[in-house]
Design a protein around this ligand. Sequence first.
Ligand code: ME8
Length: 522
Amino acid sequence: MVENLMQRETFYITTPIYYPSGEPHIGHAYCTVAADVVARYKRLKGFDVMFLTGTDEHGQKIETVAKENNLTPKAYVDLVSLRFKKLWRALGITNDRFIRTTNDFHKKAVQRIFTKLYDKGDIYKSIYKGWYCTPCESFWTESQLVSSKCPDCKRDVHWSEEEAYFFKLSKYQDDILSLYEKRPDFIQPQSRMNEMKAFIGGGLQDICVSRTSFSWGVSVPFDKKHVVYVWLDALTNYITALGYASGNDADFRKFWPADAHFVGKEIVRFHCVIWPAILIALDLPLPKRIYGHGWWLADDSSKMSKSKGNVVDPFGLCLRYGVDAVRYFLLREVPFGSDGVFSHEAALKRFNSDLANDLGNLVSRSLAMVQKYFSGKLSEQQEFLESDCKLKNFAGELCLKFEKYMDDFQFSLALTEVWKLVSLCNRYIEETAPWTLAKDKKKARLSAVLYNVCESLRIVSILISVFMPKSAAQILSCLDLEDEPIKWEDAKTWGLLPKNSNIMEGGVLFPRIFPKDNLGAD
Ligand code: ME8
């Protein structure tokens, strides 16, 4: 009983599992960084977090790419999934699990799920005749094609005619529509919900859930010439990673249903139509929110993708700008639900203006003044004025707004709010002119002014710690707070910085980058 009372609230967040059909790019980094920011934020707020990512390793596309590379599919995915893991380490991603659909436990669970749906009558055998888009691993009817191409990626499709198992998606059409009515927040942003309603309005057909024309996949346990359709295999990762259908489902019971699935906008359809139908068929609760984020577009405004070869390499970006700056840029530049064009000019501008100029300068000038005027230890005699409340009140409201934006996954707005406090501090320094107070020997007032700025920096650091963990830790260590675990509640209380802290100057947080440093950009 006591143990139950003490159990922390859980929070389960996932990214899509990525196809290891090529090197990871910033489109992948984007979603994983966003999910990482949420996971860190929820942990900071005391939640017991499960953060899952991984790789989607089966299917025709992978089989073909492996062949092109003269490797067996398994040898190929072993190599590429390592690149994803390496990127997550480079970007400071704190995923709790990394699932690979070639993991034995996952394959067995998929087979059990397939059999369960078959036994229930929700999967049946028939003949598939239609079009198939291998890059999207999607089935299309003649009328869905646009100018004879895949309506999603506009690439060639090929005719497929094979014996196949089908899932009775049509049976769940009304359940899904009533789910959308009952839970208007199920799909976000709202525009994606409207797209899904329109899609279902056209009528749902049963979908093909097995293939016989290639072999790289999970075999159907009772009909070995079939492999399970890669999307059925992939979607179930969100529950198999927690031990569903494995005999040890303690984590599944603890963390399911997911609090948030983050997915790119083109795969919202799989997550908001097929996935809920599978879950309903399995008698399982549905995820709480599915957020369809936008795309990073290449300079010519086309979607960046591995197969088009116009992708930006996130490893290179980290080397050039630093990990925290990349994390900041990706989430600050474009609202999470919208598309954005990637350019080095925009990255450079954000870096030099928001990071080097606004925050970096504020930190270095403030710490330098504490050093210069007080040898690193503020005088405890401090003269506060009524006008100082502006900073304190702003910081209080900032935390509330930040919380709201973070809960709505409006990362860009959350960061914009934090930067308002940064600007306010820079203005406060100009207005109070500490250098004049020093000249006039107004020590108590000078100490109060610098205290207010350092205290604001403490709060800023806590808030940005989920976006820019290294920079936040660096500032907190200069404020003599490196031994304190960062706590969310501490951001909400003004005045927690001890007056007699040993404040130190740090190195330059964000050294300015000059455009010529950008030569050789990819
Ligand atoms: O779709 N900008 O994998 P995937 C933003 N395996 N996001 C992008 C992007 C870009 N330019 N390019 C790709 C799959 N993405 C399946 C998922 S989940 C059960 C199975 C995002 O490697 C894309 O929108 O093709 C998608 O959310 C994710 O990367 C994985 O794409």
